[in-house]
Write a protein that binds this ligand. Structure first.
Ligand code: SAH
Length: 243
């Protein structure tokens, strides 16, 4: 990808409350549901003359909560790519950080060099590596340096908490940003040969003292604000060809 020729950007997000500050800041228009069968929310607008489509995973029809996790994210990303043919796929969201990486609530990380899974344990030769599913991310070191953002391996699973085995897997590849979507979105982008980048704002410290769910809810607002600021800077960098 050459940043100057980026004609359209797809941004995928899991939670409505995480997306609100971005929708407001960028003045994105609510386009309704992306597809008649799903509650995937579509917002659209322009940034520096470049078309931007944001898809939010939407609410579960049964439990009325955000459809966080890999399942909905795979579908939103697929539909978004098929519909808009983007030149880059971004995933913005919140995540757990690690005290061992000196992460603090509100820090924003860019995914590099990969997004992996920590909860797909298949102890059969070949399948083990497939389970970890190492998906390359956009080579963002220049961007991270220009914007003063941290980088690291994003590690994805379908639980907010973790088991001892999850943690051992995370440590094995030095995962420093724990979320529930990035690797799934990276996988879909990879199938289409489209560069992928995750932008993750830390809401909780995984290896800290506080229970994750408490810390998450306490910090969601602050982390989402901080996320929206950095997403705008990333968009600026991408659309202006670097600062
Ligand atoms: N309890 C929350 C539910 C969402 S938390 C609520 O009621 O609003 C999980 C979401 O935040 C996921 O989309 C995930 O990507 C991200 N996340 C934040 N911290 C996380 C962590 N420590 N582990 C995994 N995902 C995390």
């Amino acid at each position: 990808m050459t940043s100057v020729s980026t004609p359209n950007i797809l941004l995928v997000m899991a939670m409505h409350d995480e997306a609100l500050p971005i929708i407001r800041k960028l003045g994105l228009k609510d386009m309704g549901y992306l597809s008649p069968s799903y509650t995937f929310e579509h917002y659209s607008g322009h940034f520096n003359g470049i078309q931007l489509n944001l898809i939010v995973n939407g609410k579960c029809k049964v439990f009325k909560v955000d459809q966080i996790g890999t399942q909905a994210s795979t579908l939103t990303t697929h539909l978004g790519i098929e519909t808009f043919n983007p030149s880059v796929v971004l995933n913005a969201g919140t995540a757990g950080g690690f005290r061992s990486d000196s992460a603090q609530v509100g820090d924003v990380y860019l995914s590099y060099p990969t997004a992996n899974y920590h909860d797909r344990r298949i102890n059969i030769p070949g399948f083990k590596e497939y389970g970890v599913g190492v998906h390359p991310t956009y080579s963002c070191l220049g961007m991270a340096n220009d914007l003063g953002l941290r980088t690291g391996v994003v590690t994805t699973g379908n639980s907010l908490d973790y088991t001892e085995q999850d943690m051992a897997t995370i440590k094995s590849y030095n995962g420093v940003v724990k979320d529930m979507e990035a690797a799934a979105i990276a996988w879909v982008a990879q199938q289409h040969n489209i560069p992928f980048l995750a932008i993750k704002s830390i809401t909780d410290i995984v290896d800290g003292e506080k229970p994750t769910e408490e810390e998450f809810l306490e910090n969601l607002h602050q982390a989402s604000e901080s996320l929206s600021k950095q997403v705008v800077r990333v968009l600026q960098w991408l659309t202006e060809g670097g600062v």
